[in-house]
Design a protein around this ligand. Structure first.
Ligand code: FES
Length: 125
């Protein structure tokens, strides 16, 4: 099975006004929530949960990326750190099930219908 990756920026700001909440950046909260849900997630063996320092979407925090060989890479921002984990995992399941990595707008979880920042075609070949 082709390996899929969910990149999560762990340093994104908590909100436009506050970089930290309870002494942690928003990205760390999002990563904690995803990590807590990951073990029981049916696809955890198929997806690497990869924390990164920055995705260059710092003014659109929190930010994530879904990527896999031969699939379109999807990048999302504007994700509330404490309310997005379940929707991100749902989108990841849709991404995994798709043949090309494209998840139609109307099928995406509500919180991910906006905030798409990039849709990058797969490498040729
Ligand atoms: S700090 Fe998260 S994208 Fe830059």
């Amino acid at each position: 099975m082709t390996q899929h990756v969910l990149f999560v920026c762990k340093t994104c700001a908590f909100s436009k006004d506050d970089r930290h909440y309870l002494e942690q950046p928003g990205g760390a909260h999002l990563l904690n929530q995803l990590s807590a849900a990951y073990e029981d997630w049916p696809l955890h063996a198929e997806f690497v949960l990869q924390a990164v320092e920055c995705l260059s979407a710092c003014n659109r925090s929190c930010a994530i990326v879904l990527a896999a060989p031969h699939k379109t890479t999807l990048m999302f921002g504007d994700l509330p750190p404490l309310e997005s984990a379940a929707a991100i995992l749902e989108l990841s399941e849709q991404y995994f099930a798709s043949t090309d990595g494209v998840v139609p707008w109307k099928e995406r979880p509500e919180i991910l219908k906006k905030g798409i920042l990039a849709r990058i075609p797969p490498l040729p070949g």
